[in-house]
Structure formats: C-alpha cells, structure tokens
Design a protein around this ligand. Structure first.
Ligand code: DSN
Length: 426
C-alpha cells in the first residue's frame, strides 16, 4: 500500500500547532491517550444500525457491550434515567430531539445566536430555523444576563412547543428551575443543551438540568474531554405524558420516540469507535481527578476574566461562572474587530475565536468581541498564575496589532511557555 504522506504530513503539522500554541477556544480540549486509542480502533470497521440487542447486522456481540457500557456510564455521570449515545454531534442530537418533538412549522424558543445561543437553536440558516418557527429570547442589555422575565413574557405570547436552555457563548449559570416554571405555565417542553458546561454539571459545580428539564443534549468533546460527538439524556420524564407519536403513528415511551428519531430518523450506522471512545471519556469524567480538573478550569477562567478587566477590557456580564468568557473589544480598542484580533493572535500561536457581543453593531463575520475558554490549557496543567501571563501576551498583541516584530516576539514567548506544559500530561 502506498503511504499517504501528504495527509500524514498535514496531521503532523496540526500536531505541532497544538503542542506549540496556546489553545483558548472555549469549545476545544485535549483528549487522553486512551480516548484517542479507542477512537482510532478497529470498531470503525463495523456496521451496527439499530440498538444493542436489535441490530440490522450480524457480529455485533462486542459492539453491543461497548454501547451498553457507554450508556450505563453516561447515565451514572449525569444521574439520567435514559441515554442515547449515537448522535454524531451536538447538532445531530438537537436535530433528533426536534424531529421527535416538533412538526414542521411548530414554534420553539432558544437564546438569540448573537446573544450567546447556538446555530441549532433557531438560526435562519440552520435546519432549526428553516423547518420550524423559532422565536429568540435575549439577555438584558445592561447586565448581559439572561432576561427570564422577558423569556416568560415571550413564551406566554408565542406559546412555543419547546423551550431550549443553553448556548455557546454565555458565561453564566442557567436557572433551569425558573425555565421549567415558564415551560409548565405555557405548556412547552424544556430541553437543555449543555454542550459547553457539561463537565461542570457532571461534577456538581454548576446547576443540574435534572429534574427540571424534560430532555438534555450535549456534545462530548468540550469540557467533557471526550471524542467529537453528541448524546441525548432524559431524567424521569421519559414516560411520554404528551401523547407524542413516532413517524409511524405509534404512541410510545419518550425514550423509544427519541431512539427512533436518532436512528432511523436522522442517522444511519452509529460510529461505534467514537461510542467506545465516549465510554472511556465518561469513565474518566466519573473520577475524582476530573472534578479537580473542572474546579481548576473554573478558577483559571475567573482569574483570566479578572486579568482582562484589570487591563481595561470589558468582560461581558462582568465575569464568568464557567470555563468561558466574552471580551468586548469596544471599550479598549473600538477600532479593532474580533476578526482582526483573531487573525493576529493566530500569528502569535494564540487561538481564540471572534464572536458577536450581545447587541453588537458589527456583523458575525467581523464582530466586536472574542470568546476565550480555559478547558484545553487547564488539561495541559496551567494554573491561576499562568492566566495573568496569558492575558499580558494577548494584550501585547492587541496593543501592537500591526507590529510584526512584537507579534513574532510574543509567538516565541508562547512557544517557550507551552514547552513546559505537555499536551498529554495527565
Ligand atoms: N458549539 C459551538 C462552539 O461553541 O464552538 C460550535 O458549534
């Protein structure tokens, strides 16, 4: 066989980029060797359409055990009564829930994308906004905190079938209890998309969506530190009190309706190598050391947000409860866009992403803010004192945005610093 040198050359380059750089994208992390090993295993060769014990292919005896282990572990991790570990991603998990709960044209509510929501929570360019009728609740203009009163008013008026809690750029905790009250008052179902704070929820550091949310979706690769993928979970609401039906018209348990929505509803064969890798990550997340890691992620983020504030930047909502923060550039450097800052930081081997600030006057392609997070650098062993140095380096780049010499100097400092923090040190 001819070795595909080109692809492996590119993989090696990406490997170096990850090792030498400062990874501050809030949704990224570094998996353990065993998570990686399971993902790169022979399980990728196996077709297993269906569910354990009910497959459309022979030879699934070991695959079944793997999937059952993943289900059992994730249920334990989140105190769930039911789980589906097959969604290929968080977007797929959300698509399956919507297919199960909504009919085309049904109204649902999610957090406005430009206020920290997610594409799959009703963006007009996403299936969620194309097939269904989204209405978006927002954050308060002054505090940048969720406006629960506004959400309630909107729910009473719009009568959504589904309300989604969760987002991609909201650094505060969620009041699931209040949202369930709103959902109950207006006859809606409540789903939490915990893709970002999943690790905090699993370890009891932030509010738990159960028993308040009917359904929970998550990715497995952000704070949870597993392979790229998604899950759907349910607490004790799986008995289908709403009379929802499968596409064949059968009224079944919610768990059966959601299973059918994942397969055959929106997916074919599950990625069993990824499911095995998820199982490994869930086991790791059940350990005491993972809880210590999550506490360090939170503490690092708080110190980083404080350091940005010290330097005269506006941190949206004044800080963070979780692993992420939005830095609004308009107070300190009003002429610089998130796009320019993101691109310039890349030259210094510092990776962040441009992000809209709530009530942003710039487009999503330019933006007035950058989003940063601490999960990946905490996995590399960085602590509070390192956060102050990182903010100094970011500020040096931003304040010298056109000075290639200074930016090259920062890159060298970043590379030297990261040399002391091995990627797989744990
Ligand atoms: N969840 C998004 C992020 O936070 O980066 C990607 O979909």
């Amino acid at each position: 066989m001819i070795r595909d040198t080109r692809i492996f050359e590119l993989i090696n380059k990406e490997d170096r980029r990850q090792i030498e750089g400062l990874e501050l994208i809030a949704s990224e992390n570094f998996v353990s060797d065993q998570v990686m090993e399971a993902m790169g295993s022979c399980l990728t060769n196996k077709y297993a359409e269906g569910y354990p014990g009910k497959r459309y292919y022979g030879g699934c005896q070991f695959i079944d055990e793997v999937e059952l282990l993943a289900i059992e572990r994730v249920k334990r991790l989140f105190n769930a009564e039911w789980a589906n570990v097959q969604p290929h991603s968080g977007a797929q998990a959300n698509a399956a829930v919507m297919l199960a709960l909504l009919k085309p044209g049904d109204v649902f509510m999610g957090l406005d994308l430009s206020h920290g929501g997610h594409l799959t929570h009703g963006s007009h360019v996403n299936y969620s906004g194309i097939l269904y009728k989204p209405v978006a609740y927002k954050v308060n203009e002054d505090s940048a905190l969720l406006d629960y009163d506004g959400m309630e008013e909107m729910a009473v008026k719009e009568k959504p079938r589904l309300i989604i809690a969760g987002g991609s750029a909201y650094s505060r905790d969620w009041d699931y209890k209040r949202m369930r009250e709103i959902a109950d008052k207006t006859g809606a179902l409540l789903m939490a998309d915990i893709a970002h704070p999943a690790g905090f929820i699993a370890t009891g550091i932030l509010n738990h969506p159960f028993p308040h949310c009917h359904i929970v979706t998550s990715t497995t690769h952000k704070t949870l530190r597993g392979p790229r993928g998604g899950v759907i979970l349910m607490g004790s609401d799986f008995v289908n009190p709403w009379g929802l039906k499968t596409p064949k018209g059968n009224e079944k348990m919610m768990s059966q309706i959601l299973d059918s929505a994942v397969f055959p509803g929106i997916q074919g064969g599950p990625l069993e190598h990824v499911i095995a890798s998820k199982a490994v990550a869930f086991q790791e997340a059940l350990s005491d050391s993972y809880r210590e890691y999550m506490l360090q992620v939170k503490s690092n983020a708080a110190v980083m947000a404080g350091a940005f504030t010290e330097k005269g930047y506006k941190v949206v909502s004044g800080g963070t409860d979780n692993h992420s923060m939005l830095v609004d550039l308009r107070t300190k450097v009003p002429d610089l866009t998130g796009k320019v800052v993101e691109n310039t930081l890349v030259k210094a081997d510092i990776t962040v992403n441009k992000n809209m600030a709530p009530f942003d006057d710039r487009s999503p392609f330019q933006t007035s803010a950058i989003r940063l997070g601490t999960p990946a650098i905490t996995t590399r062993g960085m602590q509070e004192a390192d956060m102050v140095g990182i903010v100094d380096l970011i500020d040096e780049v931003i304040m010298n945005i056109s000075d290639e010499k200074i930016i090259a100097g920062v890159k060298q400092k970043v590379n030297e610093m990261m040399d002391s923090f091995p990627r797989y040190a744990w």
